[in-house]
Design a protein around this ligand. Sequence first.
Ligand SMILES: Nc1ncnc2c1ncn2[C@@H]1O[C@H](COP(=O)(O)OP(=O)(O)OP(=O)(O)O)[C@@H](O)[C@H]1O
Length: 701
Amino acid sequence: MLSTDSESTRDGAALAIAEEQRFLDAAVARRDRLAARLTAELAVPAEDATGRARQRGLRAQLEELRRASGGLIFGRLDGVDGTVRHIGRTGIRDDDETADPIVVDWRAPAARPFYTATPVDPQGQARRRHVRTDGPVVAGVDDEPLDGADGGALVGEGALLAALNERRTGRMSTAIATLQREQDAVIRAEATGPLIVQGGPGTGKTVVALHRVAYLLFTYRQMAERAVLVLGPSTRFLDYIAQVLPALGETAVVAATCDTLLPGVAVTRAESRRIAELKGRALWQGALERYVRSLLPRARELKLRWDGEFHLIGADAVGHLLASAVQGRSHHRARAVFAEHLHHVLAEAVAEQRAALLDRMDEGYEDILARFRPEPGDDGRSGSDVDGLMSDEEIDELRDRIAADATIARFVDSVWPARDPRTVLRNLLTDAALLARYAPDLTPEEAGLVAADAGADGWAPSDVPLLDAVADLLGDLDGPAPAAGSVAERARRQRGWVYGHVVIDEAQELSEMQWHMVLRRCPSRSITAVGDIDQAEAAHRHTGWAEAVRSTLGDRWTAAELTICYRTPREVMELTTPVLRAAGSRNAPPRAVRSSGIAPRTVETTADRLPAAAAEAVATLRHRWTGGTVGVIAPTALIAALTAAVHDTPVLTATQSKGLEFDATVLVDPARIAAEPRGHNALYVALTRCTQELVTLSPIA
Ligand SMILES: Nc1ncnc2c1ncn2[C@@H]1O[C@H](COP(=O)(O)OP(=O)(O)OP(=O)(O)O)[C@@H](O)[C@H]1O
């Protein structure tokens, strides 16, 4: 009997599933054997430091194997030469170390064609297969021929669309099975300098940023020793992405917002956009440098007392001490060096004075001099010279006593007080005359505004980068922090920690001073910044990346672009073009990859019925998107009333919704959002948060 086309397709799929099931079973068995072997090796206690280091490596391997239980394999490449390679969450090697691995790690170079091969550029591959698994069971396969047939722009379209159509859980998940070509190019780009990735809403900037961290930590193992910093726009956003990096096996990561980056400093008050803009300008870097420099002591004569005797150090000598102490050092480091020099000079002065005294005594007071002469039997090596001069060892010992002396410490402190960054910043910001001198680029009106605002209690967001700059210029008073804890814990605790790489999400929001704060943490400039200049809502004045980073990176950065929107359906993206124009952008919105088949709806209601209408819309959408998520996005002024009316559903401003997504969103009073500062940019953000359905509530007069 002849089989029909659909029957033969079904049979082909069943055969392919059975084939992949056999492979998965073998891979699971192999993984379990490797895990058992590692467990046995780890049961034997390590004997020395080398053994312990080896055990740390083995534990990491074991952890990686355990974590890989979901997605042990998710892809397969069939080469034109007949080779077959399976791709998975982690590599699984053969017993024969020289043989190809049984499963190739998705980050390894050999896995790259899985993400980049196309029929036009097959890279030696005949077919790409996506393997869908549910735990240890193969649920389906999706084949894509690469041998010359025409193909679309997407890689693994079936698997991608299935992933995009899944219900949103409120937590971002990994996308290792369906990364796209332009995303892969960013993920695997070199990390030697700053890379700025522009992409419209839903183009996978966050996906790319997080997978790039995993790729970099896998490829450059030493990066893990310095940790990677991931900066996001809000703690809500950090919660949203929190499980991605651990799921990718990465723990040497510190996640923070610009507001939480400085240990020991918490933002406790809001500020106006005007103040935020003024205090975010790059001019503060120079202003703070000048102001902290003005706090250096003047060269003047110093009179120190030791053992009841006064010792004078002339102004010139003090000037030399200051100059040699300062030389490129932070304020407190220079202070420590100055104190050391002063102790030394004082010890020398004491020794000289004593030698002079002995000289005088030699002339008439032999009996007193005898007291300084060696005891009988003393070989004189460690004692004073026979003529009463102090030996080098004695001078060193005297200097140590001077250094430990509390009165001398108080004296040094009176000459060069230790400074607290908070007091230093407060003193400058609250004093319009100081501002006029050290921040001359501010107009008198601007300086007056800053000074008036700085009188308030607590710290506002724009204070954090300024405090960070002052703390950096002053330097730490104490030595390095204790080295306890994981690398991420240590990095989080230490203000001056230097990271191996920094990833900034929603980077368009950073002020120039926040960029400075980031650069201090990564002098190597191994930085990946992703963002959308058209979604910028912060109070700075940039409308382009070049402008945003001119004061920090100059023109030494590489640009990349993401152009396809994976989140927002076509029906909703069509609404965004006029909003972008109204925001003053000349960019086109990204191309939506899919349609949800659901036309956006607008419900008109009276202004006072908005909360009730929002509650009704939420109830309908929650029912329709059971198991998924619904969010309400509204103008700032309506948040309180809506929060009271809507339960168990987030009610957010456009700014708060940045970076987040929901299956369905209720957008309340878009005209009022658009009327807020940078309101069209905010509306662009708000419109693009849904993966399926958008309901708009518009008040009628
Ligand atoms: N290659 C991919 N495979 C599967 N899902 C993807 C892929 N790329 C992006 N997505 C999904 O598309 C959605 C948008 O991605 P993401 O949040 O990274 O976009 P974004 O550019 O950061 O968006 P925005 O700027 O609007 O916050 C997410 O649900 C993400 O999981």
